[in-house]
Ligand binder design. Structure first.
Ligand SMILES: Nc1ncnc2c1ncn2[C@@H]1O[C@H](COP(=O)(O)OP(=O)(O)O)[C@@H](O)[C@H]1O
Ligand SMILES: [Mg+2]
Length: 336
């Protein structure tokens, strides 16, 4: 699959070639829920991709219009849900779908926990959004466009609308904090002056103001994850995906990072936050998408709501016991 590295320019490309791992992400023009209000909207000032005939490493393949740099989203696009899964199936083994018949709508500006036991399919669900995986059946609409049908060449343009944060941070320890964050903008060939101001703003937002010159590997785990969050938000993505971002952190740091995501959410970014950590879910009444055995169950406002839904489901199962229909709850209860 094409990675953003192939589209990296100048400083980012040189730095990656010096020994850093390629960064498989970047930013752009799917509208956010609302402006962060901290700076004028820079989404359309990033310039057009280089034209045909430019040297290979400066050439950006032509994506379809909506995700192209400089493309203004229509008013209709701004009204659509940011993400829709329609009858999605994903198989890693032919006999057993990892995700089965997933139907899910995420509105612009929502904060959604994605949860479920280890191996349930949380990472797979997020990977379908950033096109590390493609669905075997169904459609996935991002801002109204079916991203399952994107060609490899267009995937970097999709990813410019996304920020992604991983459990293991994926920072480059021998780069400075500034370099780790700046790389997300350098691959967009943005001017050095603009990069400096945007990176320092992002570092301020994650509580690392003035730490740009520090070596990232020397920071604590919680601080390293903040660097990764700064890199994910510096491009002002419409949708922020977090895959167990607190999995490697102590409980109190985990809560700090969750709070940081909530602050980012408050500035207009839609957030999908995957975690299996019930202590985090207990703390906050966000919408929950619960995956178990490939199926999705939903609760609008937190874990208590989810438990109520499960209790209702169990009641229904008891009534249906004669018909042989058994819920996942009942299966789990029996296994205990
Ligand atoms: N690339 C892959 N190839 C084969 N199987 C996979 C792949 N990715 C995930 N799986 C399988 O899909 C299931 C869900 O995995 P995953 O989405 O990582 O779960 P979670 O993030 O909830 O722990 C697991 O059984 C896992 O082994
Ligand atoms: Mg996972």
């Amino acid at each position: 699959m094409a990675s953003s590295f192939e589209f990296a320019h100048g400083a980012a490309r040189e730095r990656i070639q010096r020994g850093g791992a390629p960064l498989d992400r970047s930013s752009f023009s799917c509208p956010r829920a609302r402006s962060s209000g901290t700076r004028r909207d820079m989404r359309f000032s990033l310039g057009e991709p280089p034209r045909d005939g430019e040297p290979r490493d400066r050439k950006v393949v032509r994506p379809f219009a909506f995700f192209r740099a400089g493309a203004h989203p229509s008013a209709a696009a701004s009204q659509r849900p940011i993400l829709v899964f329609e009858d999605v199936f994903k198989f890693f083994r032919p006999d057993q779908p990892t995700l089965r018949d997933v139907n899910l709508t995420v509105e612009r500006g929502e904060f959604v926990f994605v949860t479920g036991p280890s191996g349930a399919g949380k990472s797979t669900l997020l990977q379908l959004v950033y096109r590390k995986q493609t669905p075997d059946e169904g459609r996935i609409l991002f801002c109204g466009r079916d991203i399952a049908r994107l060609t490899g060449d267009s995937i970097p343009y999709l990813r410019r609308n996304l920020g992604i944060v991983f459990q293991d941070f994926k920072i480059i320890p021998h780069w400075t904090v500034f370099e780790n964050v700046a790389v997300a903008l350098e691959i967009l060939a943005m001017s050095k002056r603009l990069i400096r101001s945007r990176v320092s703003e992002a570092l301020e937002r994650v509580g690392l103001a003035g730490r740009g010159e520090d070596l990232t590997g020397a920071l604590s785990g919680g601080e390293q994850q903040r660097v990764a969050v700064a890199r994910a938000i510096v491009t002002e993505p419409a949708l922020l995906l977090a895959d167990e971002p607190t999995g490697n952190l102590d409980p109190h740091l985990a809560l700090d990072i969750l709070t940081l995501f909530e602050e980012i959410h408050a500035t207009g970014t839609t957030v999908l936050f995957a975690t299996h950590d019930h202590t985090l879910l207990e703390q906050r009444p966000h919408r929950i998408v619960y995956i178990d055995e490939g199926r999705v169950r939903e609760a609008r406002s937190g874990l208590r709501d989810l438990r109520a839904t499960e209790a209702t489901q169990d009641d229904r199962d008891r009534h249906q016991a004669g018909s042989g229909v058994v819920s996942m709850n009942a299966v789990r209860a029996r296994a205990r």
